[in-house]
Design a protein around this ligand. Structure first.
Ligand code: M6R
Length: 365
């Protein structure tokens, strides 16, 4: 049921304070994280030589957002695999690996084939899914249900943020034996508890994003630049725009800007730069300056109160979002981009919940 909303995608975007609450329910205890489905396997994961994240589309992007925290808290190298590419290459997987499969539906054909492959190679296989009883949930050795509730819109929104939070909790559980990161873990747990409230705050940008969509309705193309924790936000924001608004959009690593993308910059091409506060902030400030020097049509996303530090000229559009721990910021930053994709789609007159040529669950190769 869509309730008071016009579309499932809209409903699912606005449901995120609740879906994130259910993702965390019963799992944050006495300032630590308890994940029943992983408890017995944490020791094996801590001793693995490599963690490999495997998924497709939005699920891959969620894993990419969680990757830096995994590396930081576990100290284990983390690699990323698009499920189809892993199969195409028959990339090496070993008994000493932990392979983490991320899939909202738990039924994506490419992800399940990659799972068969990892099982055959003896890796410990962990599932992160929204679907209890799915093939992924049944065939993996252990895992976490993200408990985001049923997602109907083909564009994944609430599952994305719940996947990131579930994987952040997983990173906290894996790193729980390390004294050196105790204060950091405590700060993240505190911010996890506040996250649903911060999401309701960022959802207030709805009207602003509707107006921004109006100003972009006729553009041919949209770029999104991110880095660090928000490289994934750039990829996921662009995926949403192309998937539902049927507008060409690319998410790019800002660090790669001078290695090609800079040639595209002119007065007409809108570029969203994600420049919220984290260890990459000053680098993003310099990216903004360089894009401005080439007369780029900039839209900057920054932390609340930072507008004057990021805006190269008064006329530059700025989206201010609440600040949380750097590793959780992707959960906040994707929301305005989900809203933008939603409004662009409605204004361009396309089908929001059932985009052209796409299926909710891709069960064939
Ligand atoms: O069910 P899954 O998470 O395995 O699906 C993977 C992708 O097909 C899916 O995330 C797709 O990219 C979304 N429709 C994007 O919104």
């Amino acid at each position: 049921k869509k309730g008071n909303y016009d579309h499932f995608m809209q409903k699912e975007i606005h449901e995120q304070p609740h879906s994130l609450t259910t993702t965390m329910r019963g799992r944050l205890k006495d300032n630590s994280v308890v994940l029943g489905g992983l408890k017995e396997h944490l020791k094996t994961i801590r001793h693995s030589r490599r963690i490999i994240f495997i998924g497709c589309g939005t699920s891959y992007n969620a894993a990419l957002a969680a990757r830096p925290l995994f590396e930081e808290l576990s100290g284990i190298p983390v690699t990323m695999e698009l499920a189809s590419d892993l199969q195409d290459r028959q990339g090496p997987i070993y008994r000493e690996d932990t392979a983490v499969f991320v899939s909202q539906s738990g039924e994506t054909a490419d992800t399940l084939l990659a799972l068969e492959y990892a099982l055959a190679n003896g890796a410990l296989c962990v599932g992160v899914t929204n679907t209890v009883g799915s093939t992924l949930a049944r065939k993996t050795h252990c895992g976490i249900h993200i408990n985001a509730g049923c997602e109907i819109g083909v564009a994944s929104t609430k599952a994305y943020t719940s996947q990131i939070v579930a994987m952040a909790m997983m990173a906290l559980a894996i790193g729980a034996d390390r004294i050196s990161t105790q204060a950091r873990r405590q700060a993240i747990v505190d911010d996890l508890s506040n996250l649903p409230y911060k999401i309701s705050e960022v959802l207030k940008l709805d009207g602003e994003m509707r107006d921004l969509a109006e100003s972009l309705i006729d553009t041919q193309s949209l770029l999104v630049f991110g880095r660090g924790y928000n490289y994934a936000t750039a990829l996921e924001g662009a995926l949403k725009v192309k998937e539902v608004a049927l507008m060409h959009s690319e998410g790019m690593l800002a660090g790669e800007m001078k290695h090609g993308p800079l040639a595209l910059v002119d007065e007409t091409l809108p570029i969203i730069v994600i420049a919220t506060r984290d260890g990459c902030f000053s680098k993003q400030q310099s990216v903004i300056q360089q894009l401005h020097a080439r007369k780029g049509r900039l839209i900057v996303m920054c932390s609340e109160g930072d507008a004057s530090s990021v805006r190269p000229v008064e006329s530059c559009k700025v989206i201010e979002v609440p600040q949380v721990a750097d590793c959780l910021q992707p959960v906040i930053n994707i929301i305005p981009l989900q809203l933008l994709a939603y409004h662009l789609t409605v204004q361009r007159g396309y089908d929001v919940d059932q985009p052209r040529n796409l299926a909710k669950s891709v069960t064939t190769q």
